[in-house]
Design a protein around this ligand. Structure first.
Ligand code: AMP
Length: 569
């Protein structure tokens, strides 16, 4: 039988230490406006599943599942998880899973078991998973055995041996002494789905953890609450007009905020169908587009758009089903938007968003001045935006660049267990300081926003974020390195890649890209965060306030690349 009583869920949001709740009056306003429903995310998902039981919920290249089949499996997983592991409602569960059906089943299963999925990626290294699990207090882990040549099982073994993780569920391969995914399902088959604990969840509590910052200092984890996260997905589905019959293709890692908030949940709440691409390889995508005829691709990184443009097969593929081709995650160059229009007949929409909440989207029929140059308008009428002078709380006039600061019915009020970060990352009245630079424009009477750079020290590599301080701290553990600075170097496809400027210890053997990469991988860093170029310098340039001048370093590497005629990958 599903065990539901071993750990009760905490009461209101304010009862959970480390969670910054929305002010009560604000919550009441969102409910009165009909944005927040007063119901938990799994209750909302299961009621949509009942309404759409016979429709197709999920398609992967390996098969398709109706709502009834998908949620039936998720219920068995939930009951099996409670029956075969020590995990209990309220526990957080880490994920190292790719884009396969088992990921969707186990994500939903965790929610139905009253547990809280942590949207970690299969690309994360063992150290990153360990730091995040300790910070959140996660005890469970779901891993995909056949991802990355079996590396993830090795991660799981280390995490268990280190006492970080207690229960591991292994999908798609030999469970190596851990609990097999199939055994979880089989164990849950005999249980009464009516006994699952999700109906008792407090909707003001944390449903899912999303990630933001690096993992060397205090991690930045975005706690997404049941009501606001449900509203986020509903608002997106409504804006895009999704409903029964809509087919949505998602090509990026699903266990990411965009995957969950812009694809999986809005699809499942609206009775639509999700096509989950196993990879963003252009051949796979073109094949899936022709086979399933999606009306929307809710997130196309600019790098993927460029790869499609570079692939001659895209010119002859039938892309006519796609109404909403939404580019985001990174700045879109005007030339790419124009090439998509001219070469593939695609009308681009742009979106901006983040794990902390707020999304902006360009209206479907807006002029190109809006669609090609801005990220549009916020999703919700209750979303609030201020463009503030960096470091200050005064607003800049329209058309001037300032820091994008946001507040609203699906934007967090604080990182989890991170009082120190929260003091600087939010204004006193709860606006999140995004670290992005933006401008407000009024075009043909439409108020919209453009993203014009960033203040935060992050490298946006094909929409995966690399937090410079995390990589620098690990590089400085290298015996030959005295000090290091990681900066973005321009890349035609990925937008940016990391370049490490190193000052060596006297007599230190200079590391190469390869040897430095091997050193960092051994420290448990994810591969996508590795520096892709190393520059040796006698010292790092300083700004007039005595900090390392990354601006000078970025200009230096840009000039070097220009001299070398390098246009990137
Ligand atoms: P994440 O939390 O990983 O989704 O990353 C959010 C960050 O990605 C934002 O704060 C921006 O720095 C960046 N970002 C997202 N969308 C865009 C966009 N359309 N243009 C420029 N930067 C973007």
């Amino acid at each position: 039988m599903a065990k539901t009583t071993a750990r009760t869920c905490p009461g209101g949001a304010g009862d959970e230490p480390g969670l910054v709740p929305y002010p009560e009056r604000t919550e009441a306003r969102y409910r009165a406006a009909g944005l927040w429903s007063g119901r938990s995310l799994p209750v909302e998902l299961t009621s949509a599943a009942t309404a759409h039981a016979r429709r197709t919920a999920l398609i992967t290249p390996e098969g398709r599942r109706t709502y009834r089949e998908l949620f039936g499996e998720a219920e068995r997983f939930a009951a099996g998880l409670l029956g075969t592991t020590s995990l209990r409602p309220g526990d957080a569960v880490m994920f190292q899973m790719g884009n396969v059906a088992e990921t969707v089943v186990s994500y939903l299963g965790c929610l139905l078991a009253g547990m809280r999925p942590v949207c970690t990626l299969p690309q994360h290294g063992v150290r990153e998973i360990g730091v995040l699990a300790r910070h959140i207090g996660a005890r469970g882990l779901v891993v995909q055995a056949d991802f990355g040549r079996g590396r993830l099982l090795g991660n799981a073994k280390t995490l268990v041996a280190d006492g970080v993780i207690e229960d591991v569920v292994v999908a798609r391969g030999d469970a190596s002494g851990f609990v097999a995914y199939e055994d979880v399902l089989a164990s849950g088959a005999a249980d009464d789905p009516g006994a699952l604990p999700y109906r008792e969840l407090d909707p003001r509590q944390i449903a899912v953890f999303q990630l933001s910052g690096g993992t060397t200092g205090l991690p930045k984890v975005a706690p997404r609450l049941h009501e606001e996260y449900t509203y986020n997905a509903r608002a997106w589905a409504r804006t895009l007009g999704w409903g029964p019959g809509s087919v949505v293709l998602y090509p990026l890692p699903i266990m990411h905020n965009a995957g969950i908030a812009l694809a999986l949940q809005p699809v499942l709440l609206s009775g639509a169908t999700l096509v989950l691409a196993p990879s963003a390889d252009t051949g796979t995508l073109l094949g899936l587009i022709e086979a399933t005829r999606p009306e929307a691709i809710p997130l196309v990184p600019p790098a993927l758009a460029i790869r499609l443009l570079d692939d001659p097969r895209a010119r002859t593929a039938d892309l006519s089903s796609i109404k909403d081709f939404i580019v985001g995650g990174q700045k879109l160059a005007r030339e790419v938007a124009e090439r998509l229009r001219d070469e593939l007949g695609i009308t681009v929409r742009q979106k901006f968003g983040m794990a902390e909440g707020m999304f902006l989207l360009t209206p479907a029929h807006a002029d190109e001045r809006v669609r090609h140059h801005t990220v549009g308008q916020p999703l919700s009428p209750e979303d609030e935006i201020r463009i503030l002078r960096p470091g200050r709380d005064t607003q800049v006039p329209d058309g001037e660049i300032g820091e994008l600061c946001v507040r609203g019915p699906y934007t967090i009020r604080g990182y989890y267990r991170a009082q120190r970060h929260n003091a600087g990352a939010f204004t006193a009245d709860g606006f999140y300081r995004t670290g992005d630079l933006a401008r407000r424009h009024v075009i043909d009477g439409l108020t919209c926003y453009s993203i014009d750079g960033r203040i935060k020290d992050v490298i946006n590599r094909g929409v995966e974020k690399i937090h410079a301080d995390e990589v620098e701290e690990l590089i400085m553990r290298h015996p030959a390195v005295s000090t290091a600075a990681l900066v973005a170097m321009p890349d035609r496809v990925l937008g940016e890649r990391g370049c490490a400027y190193l000052v060596l210890e006297p007599g230190g053997q200079p590391p190469t890209v390869r040897s430095l990469g091997a050193f960092l991988l051994a420290q448990g860093l994810a591969t996508y965060k590795l520096p892709e170029r190393v520059e040796l310098v006698p010292d790092l340039p300083l700004s007039n306030v005595g900090k390392v001048s990354k601006k000078d370093l970025r200009e230096d590497i840009e000039a070097k690349l220009a001299r070398e005629g390098d246009t990137g990958s």
